[in-house]
Design a protein around this ligand. Structure first.
Ligand code: DGL
Length: 257
């Protein structure tokens, strides 16, 4: 089998980064992906900045053993808590983070709803990186912010046990947004786009995700102009997966999410 041209590392507290991995597959980038899910330490939204920095550093070291040329910090919480220090620690390694797409309201072609809220994990919401992003992109404070205490955890539970019905827990978690009557919600955690259909069905809100833009940035950084035919429907596309739940596990091939 011909080996891929690029090797990309990607990590999250769990499966949230699949929302970016999916877009990377769609981009047709000629790459092998090494995806680390730090499920033993999830959810990151309840941890401290120091813990997240320590975990991120450890994970990046594991990814570098696979000779990745770029790492996607596929987690808003880890981006908010640690990406600045990680860039100092690894000055030669391109790192692509993810932040809520607050800027969408400033786009001239935005024709979505006006009353929009951004939702994040508790730690992202408290972070100075998020606060300054919000101030910079939304100086008039037109976008409200709400921290969801359990939403990422619910997505993770559903993934680990697909037979459970999380609809009523989702409804309870999203009730504060419905009570405010927002028409749009900016998804500020990579777990949320994985349930965007459920969020839209429960709340009737339009959901806004940055994942496509993050994938486009990765493609731009690896400098790949001659993309292959988009692999979206290529069910044989694989990536390498590792979870911290089983500390002895190596990288296992998995089908595209
Ligand atoms: N998916 C992550 C994010 O984008 C982290 C969720 C969590 O573990 O709390 O924020």
């Amino acid at each position: 089998m011909r080996s891929a041209k690029h090797r990309i590392g990607i990590f999250d507290s769990g499966i949230g980064g699949f929302s970016i991995l999916r877009e990377l597959f769609k981009s047709g980038l000629d790459a092998s992906y090494y995806y680390f899910a730090d499920q033993a330490y999830a959810p990151y939204g309840e941890r401290s900045d120091g813990e997240i920095l320590e975990r991120s550093e450890w994970i990046i070291r594991q990814l570098l053993k696979e000779q990745v040329e770029l790492v996607v910090v596929a987690c808003n919480t880890a981006t908010a808590a640690a990406i600045d220090q990680l860039r100092q620690l690894y000055p030669d390694l391109p790192l692509v983070g993810v932040e809520p797409y607050i800027n969408i309201k400033n786009q001239s072609d935005w024709n979505g709803p006006d009353n929009v809220c951004v939702i994040t994990t508790p730690l992202t919401g408290k972070s100075s990186r998020f606060k300054s992003l919000k101030q910079r992109l939304d100086p008039q404070e037109e976008v409200d912010h709400y921290s969801c205490p359990n939403l990422a955890r619910l997505v993770e539970e559903k993934f680990n046990n697909p037979t459970i019905d999380i609809t009523s827990s989702l409804r309870e978690e999203l009730l504060p947004l419905m009570e405010k009557g927002y028409h749009g919600v900016i998804l500020g955690c990579t777990h949320y786009p994985l349930i965007r259909q459920e969020i839209e069905a429960i709340t009737s809100m339009v959901t806004i995700s940055p994942c496509e833009g993050v994938a486009a940035r990765v493609v731009q950084l690896v400098g790949e102009c001659d993309l292959k035919v988009p692999a979206a429907s290529d069910s044989t596309a694989i990536f390498y997966f590792r979870t911290s739940l089983n500390s002895d596990s190596g990288w296992e091939g998995q089908l595209a999410p």
